[in-house]
Design a protein around this ligand. Structure first.
Ligand SMILES: C[S@@+](CC[C@H](N)C(=O)[O-])C[C@H]1O[C@@H](n2cnc3c(N)ncnc32)[C@H](O)[C@@H]1O
Length: 188
């Protein structure tokens, strides 16, 4: 006996089908463009960075003078800034030495380096990290890469920036599919 079941909302299936051009099954000989882009982004963020640097973004950072980068990941941006003639020191709670030395983010690093511009590239979403560092920072310039009021930092962070700094520059960078990140530079 067939039973007529109620159709329920199933966002997971919708996302799956979106990534597979409407199909409900994958196959070895077919991969959708969407899925390929998502897979590529996943891998590239692991190896390089969450954001894709271009020349204008690198030059804009170098022009800020000395920089302290927090949450620097593997140090990909720090390496490019340094190679372009910039002065940058990089920190993270996971130290590494892949593209550039990234030292452990001890407390006090931001406050003690307030003579440098503070650089945050994709600070964690819905976490207080960016907000905390912005409040500890006593200097004049904060550069952020990520989605403004999107999946970057938290609301407190963006409110703090808007209340205490003025947007000085916005730089377009290459964006991964469905991502809306850019570089913004804020001055106190
Ligand atoms: C989304 S990832 C971005 C990493 C890097 N900026 C990039 O573009 O590849 C966020 C980074 O913030 C780091 N992080 C999280 N909390 C932190 C904290 N309190 N201090 C410093 N780094 C932190 C994580 O370890 C991670 O590397």
């Amino acid at each position: 006996m067939s039973v007529l079941l109620k159709k329920v909302a199933n966002p997971l299936l919708s996302i799956y089908k979106f990534a597979h051009d409407g199909r409900e099954q994958w196959s070895y000989d077919y991969i959708s463009e969407t899925m390929a882009r998502w897979l590529l982004r996943d891998q590239m963020t692991e190896i390089y960075s969450w954001a894709i640097p271009n020349q204008e973004a690198i030059e804009s950072l170098v022009s800020l003078g000395p920089i302290v980068e927090m949450g620097a990941g593997k140090g990909y941006w720090a390496n490019l800034v340094k190679n372009a003639g910039g002065d940058i020191i990089a920190f993270d709670i996971i130290p590494s030495n892949v593209w550039h030395p990234v030292d452990y983010a001890l407390s006090g690093v931001v406050k003690n380096n307030s003579h440098r511009a503070l650089f945050l590239c994709w600070p964690p979403y819905a976490e207080p990290m960016a907000y905390n560092y912005a409040r500890q920072y006593k200097g004049s310039t904060i550069a952020v890469i990520g989605e403004e009021r999107g999946c970057t930092g938290n609301d407190d962070f963006w409110e703090y920036l808007n209340d205490n700094f003025t947007l000085n520059k916005r730089v377009v960078i290459p964006q991964w599919y469905t991502i809306h990140d850019c570089l913004t530079i804020w001055k106190r």
